[in-house]
Design a protein. Structure first.
Length: 476
């Protein structure tokens, strides 16, 4: 028992109405306090009713040297107020033992008190013997259980309402789940969250500050900032964090943080990015190679004075350029498929630039659905567009001051239908099979497995093309 400044007799005379013989009984009891403290392993006190007959005065204190005391300083001579230690007043009033009654120590610690009356020869209660134990851990556990109970109820209502609205709550399955109280302290983690904690902090402990780890200034800011999923990188791992606030009585009482491991997804995205860059570079090099071939053909063409030979070279150059255009589009946008309408517009514009006479006015129009095709089909269709539009200009419209070329695109039941219509009056290729139309038939009928028809109707030449989308595409 620590040595006190004031004797028990002085305290009793100053603060109680006890008689001298009753004070002597309490003094004798003090001599046994160290033994009782050692046997029980707790802090032991003797209190007596003060002169106000409500509160008590602490007369003596002892603690076990084998167990840490609940107190940093002596509280002997201090008042034990009824509002903080109701068990003491209860025993002083009734003379009956009470056990494990909760109170608050003089140092503000939550405690459970077992209080035993000390009586005189006449059976009157003259003081109490108090055993105290720290229940801080129990209080924290009870608060955690209460909060988790409220959380479970809120989550139950949330899941019920989300299920009624068709929300895909199954996406939570397999996620890491952190439950935090209103102070931002983690009070629950599932096994997936524990593995995430190991990555973030390098330990299994959940005592780390998740608010700081996610670069937020406060708990409220974190809840607001994670309303929508946010990606975070830790070491070589990637996670999507999202906060789901828990509101009780209109106040923010905590939140549930769901965390999805997207490391594998990010890795695949990176691999796709690298693959896309490689494919883009391949298309770019093919385009450059074709441009070099065109340059060589131009050099060869300049060596000839024959108009017919030059025309054949020009036709060959345009076919190569149409293939180059397809690869140029793929090189620019790193696409796995291309919109047929955009391809038609692209090629139509380039051909008009090369073939249109200076004073000639050609109205070009591309209409229809958005139909996506692969590069294999795009190269073939690019050549088909080149041949049909070139023939429209050379053999249909010719040198007329005004002309129209329209391309219509439609897809139905996996079959693509194309119409190339010009305002020319000549049905080119009807008498003599020209190389361009022969190429068109080969590409459409043999390579694409489609059909081709050429006809003249109401002053217009109409080329009809139909072919199936590749079965491996899965794109419409």
């Amino acid at each position: 028992m620590p040595k006190e400044k004031h004797s028990i007799r002085d305290l009793c005379l100053a603060h109680t109405n006890l008689a001298m013989q009753d004070i002597s009984i309490l003094e004798n009891m003090v001599n046994q306090l160290d033994v009782i403290a050692t046997l029980t392993g707790t802090d032991i006190f003797i209190d007596a009713l003060s002169t106000n007959e409500v509160d008590a005065i602490v007369l003596a204190w002892a603690y076990s040297h084998n167990s840490p005391s609940l107190y940093h300083n002596s509280v002997v001579g201090q008042m034990a107020y009824v509002t903080r230690e109701p068990a003491v007043y209860q025993v002083l009033s009734t003379g009956k033992i009470v056990r494990n009654i909760r109170g608050i120590s003089q140092e503000g610690l939550p405690i459970a008190q077992t209080v035993v009356p000390i009586t005189n020869d006449r059976g009157m209660t003259i003081g109490v013997l108090i055993m105290e134990r720290d229940i801080s851990a129990e209080i924290r556990q009870e608060e955690k259980v209460e909060f988790l109970s409220q959380t479970a109820e809120l989550l139950s209502h949330t899941f019920m309402s989300l299920t009624m609205t068709g929300w895909d709550w199954e996406k939570w399955l397999g996620n890491g789940i952190f439950i935090m109280d209103h102070k931002g302290k983690i009070i629950y983690t599932n096994k997936h969250a524990v593995s995430i904690v190991q990555v973030i902090y390098g330990t299994d402990s959940v005592d780390g500050n998740l608010v700081e780890a996610l670069s937020f200034a406060s708990f409220q800011e974190m809840v607001e900032g994670l309303k929508e999923p946010v990606n975070y990188e830790f070491a070589h791992a990637s996670y999507m964090f999202q906060a789901h606030p828990l509101v009780t009585g209109g106040e923010l009482s905590g939140c549930v943080i769901s965390v999805r491991d997207v490391t594998e997804l990010r890795q695949k995205e990176w691999e796709l990015h690298v693959q896309s860059a490689v494919i883009k570079e391949i298309h770019h090099r093919i385009k450059n190679t074709l441009q070099n071939v065109v340059s060589l053909l131009h050099l060869q063409m300049r060596r000839s004075n024959s108009k017919k030979i030059k025309q054949e070279f020009t036709a060959c150059v345009n076919r190569i350029l149409s293939i180059s255009m397809v690869h140029e589009v793929f090189a620019q946008y790193s696409l796995e498929s291309i919109d047929l309408k955009e391809l038609a517009e692209y090629i139509l514009d380039r051909i008009l630039e090369n073939y249109c006479l200076p004073k000639q006015k050609i109205q070009a129009l591309v209409q229809g659905q958005t139909v996506l095709i692969s590069i294999n089909q795009a190269v073939s269709i690019g050549l088909v567009f080149n041949e049909l539009v070139s023939n429209s200009l050379k053999h249909g419209i010719k040198s007329a001051p005004y002309g129209e070329i329209s391309i219509f695109i439609e897809e139905s039941g996996g079959i693509v239908h194309l119409l190339v219509v010009d305002s020319g009056c000549e049905l080119y290729g009807s008498e003599e099979e020209k190389l361009g139309l022969h190429i068109v038939k080969l590409l459409i009928c043999e390579q694409l497995g489609g059909h081709f028809r050429l006809e003249h109707h109401s002053g217009s030449t109409i080329a009809t093309v139909s072919f199936p989308l590749s079965t491996g595409e899965g794109i419409r």
